[in-house]
Design a protein around this ligand. Structure first.
Ligand code: URA
Length: 429
């Protein structure tokens, strides 16, 4: 079958069969099918979509383009969490050691930040010495020692996705549900896990701005996981305002340490616990009496924090060396008294990017120390002149642009403001 015949079939709205999808992805991975034909197919998929069966076939083909970790090589019940990405979303960092403290194994392969969205790997690298680039044999050491490890995608895991994601980025084909689903699930399914919980973000700071699109993505992820024989559930959570009170790499590690010490902000601490409960439920990890496990106990008794310290050590990180700190702390004052009615995730993400905490393109370097802390959240009262947030700067940003961005991020209402729940929906297989 010539690649152009497969492109033509999808262009005309027909369903591709398993063999066609398999051949196309194998050809693209090996370099026999050039970028221009893959781009054309991606655009045809963007416009015509894919059936659940085609999406599962595409996921499988991309997963099998590289190495799949043999589950028997990792001890225990293996469960992971994946977030579709948001602002201030540091949850993976306290979650993995918390779930490990509850008795499951968490082999987590994470990504880097791009645009306004932060990445777990960049956050972890603000811990002096922390290595995210472990080889597969090295990855097993923390998993065996402390039950969790957080690394970057290796060249061997889902290479088709690595190539295709870079191509989608420059051909306007990122926001396609079958392409997003197969991209995420091909990497996650290669981790050798038994179960997966997805945190699908919805709101101004997320890929999916509205609940309908978030539902479609969550359903696609859950259905594909199920088709591949895994236990998968999805939570749809609000991303109209940032999670927690800190945005920026080292600042988010600090908040993660607070969560692990049972002292995090109510929303980020609460979501960590809810995701941990869901991971333990889908993975069927119970307490010693066979009952429902309460992860809060492991935050309060220090065992989750201990797991995190062990994991950092296994990755050559040194928490005692302290986290990088920015040179200037600037309070951003409220222009009037009232109640916070908007703390816009997208604008806060942009402000953080302007400070240097993120990258506009993949080759940019980042400043781990900068960002925004002490964010005031929707519903909270504020007096004129009190800080809406604290800016952590190393002086490289355009000040006027930064302040304008922060001004648009916040709105203050004279009347009390109702808050919406953080977890909008739960979608189980
Ligand atoms: N994250 C991924 O890994 N892939 C996508 O396509 C979108 C988000």
């Amino acid at each position: 079958m010539l690649p152009q015949w497969i492109i033509e079939k999808k262009r005309d709205g027909a369903e591709l069969d398993t063999q066609e999808i398999r051949e196309f992805i194998a050809g693209y991975t090996q370099g026999d099918i050039p970028d221009y034909q893959m781009s054309a197919l991606a655009m045809a998929i963007y416009f015509n979509g894919m059936s659940p069966r085609e999406t599962a076939d595409l996921t499988l083909a991309m997963m099998n383009s590289g190495k799949v970790i043999e589950p028997d090589n990792i001890p225990g019940t293996k469960v992971d969490k994946h977030s579709t990405g948001g602002i201030g979303d540091k949850i993976s960092i306290p979650l993995a050691p918390l779930v490990a403290a509850c008795g499951a194994t968490v082999p987590m392969i994470s990504g880097r930040g791009l645009g306004i969205t932060g990445g777990t790997l960049d956050k972890l690298e603000s811990i002096p010495g922390y290595r995210v680039g472990l080889s597969e044999p090295e990855f097993f050491h923390p998993l065996e020692t402390c039950g969790c490890s957080m690394i970057g995608q290796t060249a061997e895991i889902a290479p088709a996705d690595k190539k295709l994601y870079a191509l989608r980025d420059v051909t306007a084909t990122v926001p396609s549900i079958p392409l997003i689903v197969s991209s995420i699930m091909s990497k996650k399914m290669a981790e050798g896990i038994d179960a997966l919980v997805l945190d699908v973000k919805c709101g101004s700071g997320a890929f999916m701005k509205g609940i309908e699109d978030a539902r479609l993505l969550a359903q696609g992820l859950v259905d594909t996981g199920k088709a591949m024989g895994k236990k998968v559930t999805a939570l749809i959570t609000d991303m109209n305002q940032p999670l927690g009170r800190n945005v920026g790499n080292a600042l988010e590690i600090q908040e993660s340490l607070d969560i692990l010490n049972g002292k995090g902000p109510a929303d980020s601490q609460g979501l960590t616990l809810s995701l941990a409960e869901e991971m333990l439920r889908v993975a069927e990890v119970h307490d010693l009496g066979g009952g429902v496990m309460d992860p809060a106990l492991h935050l309060n008794d220090g065992s989750a924090f201990e797991k995190f310290e062990q994991m950092v050590k296994c990755h050559s990180g040194d928490l005692s060396a302290g986290l990088p700190k920015a040179g200037n702390l600037i309070e951003f004052p409220a222009p009037k008294s009232g109640f916070i009615s908007k703390c816009d995730a997208e604008q806060i993400g942009r402000a953080s990017l302007l400070l240097g905490a993120g990258r506009a393109k993949t080759t940019d370097s980042i400043d781990h120390a900068v960002g925004i802390s002490n964010l005031r959240k929707i519903g909270e009262p504020i007096e004129k002149g009190q800080p809406l947030c604290v800016i952590h700067s190393n002086g490289h940003e355009h000040k006027q642009h930064l302040f304008q961005t922060l001004e648009t991020a916040f709105r203050i209402s004279p009347d009390p403001v109702e808050t919406t729940p953080l977890i909008l929906e739960v979608m189980q297989a």
